[in-house]
Design a protein around this ligand. Structure first.
Ligand code: NDP
Ligand code: GDR
Length: 373
């Protein structure tokens, strides 16, 4: 029997990798996409299937996590074996600007799906994955963080995700739903949204290397994160739902680096050596040497990074480090890609795009502001 999965957030970074993974495993994959005034399916265009084809394996439904009747109808029509709730307003800094919307989508959206399953009598049939987050730990006093580390969320995003975490646990305990939280630490890829820190750095520096931007402006570059590759993490999401008994897992690499390290690595991938100077609010990174031909627009003395306090958050999460030993022990999961390798992959992809744009610019085509971080 072909298994059917429903993915909320299929147009996002993780949704796109998970859809690929499930299609490879022979699933029929259904995804919820939002109506937008521009196309928003770039991350899944390569696996898109024309609905006119017989028996498409990938089916998209218009929907929104704020819309109860829409979600319930989709659940009724699809009757999924597995639901992966990856949809979210996922940007921590933006959640301080839009806290109510973030709560509606990230917290109540999760409840809407779980209630939908119950309302439709699917609680015995459908397994549920919730994309929980290391941001739950927030102001953490214990390191590394495991499944038993207490939570102290530090943003409207993290507080909304705290509700989602517990409602998932509650529906498991109260109604026996096979519902599990993956407590996901930061994970990235060339498909990462452009305003998250890693992609902002790789894209910004690649653009600078080709003269499309002059400088990238950053917030707290002393922040420490446990970065993994999105492809490794979606594999574990699927593994979690194959277990007989639902339970929660930390998904992390167990290795920590600073944002400053990520800047240094990205520059190095472009043949650029940087020197950091100043402190806190006015720190800068200046080019001291350039080797190879990947950064033709950069020479020593060029300031390529400046700290701009506008990117500081009202409450910061300074340091996160996950303990993935439960996933390794119980599921045999191990990340295959290191943060450094992932950084190289991201720079290579952004460099390719920058080279393309530089070529267009050289031939008189306007390069739009959308290219900027
Ligand atoms: P993205 O921001 O790349 O993707 C989010 C997805 O959610 C997009 O498909 C987006 O649609 C969709 N979405 C946003 N708002 C709504 C809404 N109101 N209704 C329906 N769909 C909506 O996130 P990631 O792929 O990186 O993350 C996936 C999940 O994992 C998220 O829940 C995130 O909070 C969580 N997470 C991610 C981590 C990471 O490091 N990446 C770590 C920990 C948790 P659209 O494309 O139209 O914007
Ligand atoms: P995070 O990721 O907040 O951890 O949430 P992000 O990449 O946005 O920030 C990581 C750290 O870098 C610092 N930082 C900057 N961040 C951004 N975005 N832009 C900057 O210019 C900048 N300068 C420094 C941040 O302050 C922070 O400390 C991500 C999201 O994917 C969430 O959905 C997910 O739940 C968590 O990871 C785990």
């Amino acid at each position: 029997m072909t298994k059917r999965a429903l993915i909320t957030g299929i147009t996002g970074q993780d949704g796109s990798y998970l859809a690929e993974h499930l299609l490879d495993k022979g699933y029929e994959v259904h995804g919820i996409k939002r109506r937008a005034s521009l196309f928003n399916t770039q991350r899944i265009d390569h696996i898109y299937q024309d609905p006119h084809e017989p028996n498409p394996k990938l089916v998209l439904h218009y929907g929104d996590l704020t819309d109860t009747s829409n979600l319930t109808r989709i659940l009724r029509d699809v009757e999924p074996d597995e639901v992966y709730n990856l949809g979210a307003q996922s940007h921590v800094a933006v959640s301080f600007e839009a806290p109510e919307y973030t709560a509606d989508v990230d917290a109540i959206g999760t409840l809407r799906l779980l209630e939908g399953l119950r309302f439709l009598g699917l609680e015995d049939r459908t397994r549920f994955f919730q994309a929980s987050t290391s941001e739950l730990y927030g102001l953490v006093r214990e390191s590394p963080q495991s499944e038993t580390t207490p939570f102290h969320p530090r943003s409207p995003y993290a507080v909304a995700k705290l509700y989602a975490y517990w409602i998932c646990v509650n529906y498991r305990e109260a109604y026996g739903i096979h519902a599990s939280n993956g407590i996901l630490f930061n994970h990235e890829s060339p498909r990462r949204g452009e305003t998250f820190v890693t992609r902002k750095i790789t894209r910004g520096l690649a653009n600078i290397a080709h003269g499309l931007e002059d400088c990238v402006y950053m917030g707290n570059i002393d922040a420490l994160r446990d970065w993994g590759h999105a492809r490794d993490y979606v594999r574990l999401m699927w593994m979690m739902l194959q277990q007989e008994t639902p339970e929660d897992f930390v998904i992390a690499t167990g290795v920590q680096h600073s944002v400053r390290d990520f800047i240094t690595w990205s520059a190095a991938e472009l043949g650029i050596t940087l020197e950091f100077s100043g402190t806190g609010m006015d720190e800068i990174a200046t080019v001291v040497a350039v080797t190879g031909d990947k950064a033709p627009a950069v020479s020593p003395g060029h300031v390529v990074m400046r700290v701009d306090p506008r990117y500081f958050r009202p409450a910061e999460v300074e340091s996160l480090l996950g303990d993935p030993s439960k996933a390794q022990r119980k599921l045999g999961w191990k990340p295959e890609v290191t943060a450094r390798q992932m950084c190289a992959e991201m720079v290579a992809a952004d460099l390719k795009a920058a080279q393309r744009h530089a070529l267009l610019k050289a031939h008189g085509h306007e390069v739009t502001a959308a290219l900027k971080s």
